[in-house]
Write a protein that binds this ligand. Structure first.
Ligand code: PLP
Length: 383
């Protein structure tokens, strides 16, 4: 039985073939670190790293590659922002749909005197930006928003949130784990202070690499989470002030950089619009196919507007873990079941504590695979 991979919200698979080729080439032909040698292979590694920063800036409409910080992943990027920006006495706003990559650091910080409020979301996981207004306090120093829910797939109105943040002088941080590589993101247009993205989900690169794009003023006030050797200003025992070095201590993940650069290049060549159109079409096919089935409840937005390719189902007549296990064992369909590291999102969507079975097609998913998934859900749910 051929496997049908529908867990792209966890990590994309397969990757574009160029990704493994670029990583293999780095491992077998380049091998050097950056900023630490003047020989040709080190220069080449430096050039690929710079190209990656420039291409990420192009993709996310950011204006300065030195403020595109390469991170070990999205969770680290979000920790860098939260722990590097908030101080005891500060107040932070988050939505009710945040991932634990935001909530766990915030709870840690709460023990040190940071406080936070959750902006409520409706039963489909959507936030009404006007609900931010009564929660703003004189000490509100940050708003962090999950651009799209990894549980229900609803995309938030980041433009309206950005406008409110600008009007009130609150730095706005977007967690684009489920939108980077799937959905247009205009860093400058949204007035973002920081944008954190994983390399291994919609950007279709390897795991262990991500990026944190920063606005100039925000970068100036952000304390580095990690300090150490940068290969630059080695005469100093203190961290250099300039970017990206201030936030990039230690030897870089160069296989990851080469892989991600190849992936982002493929996305730019294919065009984000084409990727989004295909993923939206697959989502629509799946939603249409399971519409009205009595044995399942579709969690998240009922329509396909402003929705990424993440569809969670609650199987009403059986345990969701059993449904996911049957999908794999009887149909070869790989989904993810449980609470997806977002317990408050499930409380909002009415699926706590049972969780959901999440189907997340990706750019390489075929229409035939979606038809087979629909058939399997019908058979399992008894519809
Ligand atoms: C909304 C959201 N934020 C943050 C993360 C954490 O990303 P990573 O595990 O790649 O660091 C995820 C991963 O699933 C996510 O879906």
């Amino acid at each position: 039985m051929e496997a049908i991979y529908l867990d792209n919200a966890a990590t994309s698979f397969p990757k574009p073939p160029e990704v493994a080729k670029a990583m293999y080439r780095y491992m077998t032909e380049v091998g050097a670190s950056i900023n630490r040698g003047v020989y040709a292979s080190s220069q080449e590694a430096g050039l690929v790293t710079l190209t990656l920063r420039e291409q990420l800036c192009q993709l996310f409409h950011h204006d300065e590659p030195t403020r595109c910080i390469l991170t070990p992943g999205n969770t680290v990027g979000l920790n860098m922002v939260l722990r590097g920006w908030l101080h005891p006495g500060d107040h932070c706003l988050v939505s009710a749909m945040e991932h634990n990559a935001v909530m766990r650091p915030l709870h840690d910080l709460a023990e040190e005197g940071v406080c936070f409020d959750r902006i409520p979301c409706d039963g489909e996981g959507r936030m009404d930006p006007v609900d931010i207004l009564p929660l703003i306090r004189p000490n509100t120093r940050l708003l962090v928003l999950s651009h799209a829910s990894n549980v229900g797939g609803a995309v938030q109105d980041a433009e309206a949130v950005g406008r409110i943040c600008r009007e009130h002088g609150i730095p706005f941080v977007l967690d684009a784990a489920q939108t980077a590589g799937h959905w247009p993101i205009d860093f400058v247009g949204l007035g973002l202070s920081a944008l954190s993205v994983p390399g291994h989900k919609g950007l279709m690169g390897p795991s262990g690499i991500g990026a944190l794009l920063l606005a100039e003023e925000f970068a100036r006030g952000l304390k580095p989470l990690i300090t150490g050797g940068t290969g630059s200003r080695s005469d100093l025992e203190v961290q250099p002030e300039y970017l990206p070095d201030r936030f990039e201590s230690g030897t870089h993940n160069l296989p990851g950089i080469f892989g991600l650069q190849a992936a982002v290049e493929m996305i730019l060549e294919t065009g984000l619009d084409a990727i989004r159109r295909w993923e939206t079409a697959l989502t629509g096919m799946f939603l249409d196919g399971i519409k009205g089935l009595p044995g399942v409840r579709v969690v998240g937005p009922a329509d396909r507007k402003d929705r990424v390719a993440v569809v969670s189902l609650d199987f009403l007549r059986m345990d969701n873990a059993e449904a996911a296990s049957r999908l794999e064992q009887e149909y070869g369909i790989l989904t993810r079941c449980g609470l997806h590291c977002a317990p408050t999102a499930h409380r909002t969507l009415g699926t706590f504590p049972q969780g959901t079975v999440r189907f997340s097609p990706g750019f390489y998913t075929t229409a035939d695979e979606i038809s087979r998934a629909v058939r399997a859900v019908k058979e399992i749910a008894g519809g």
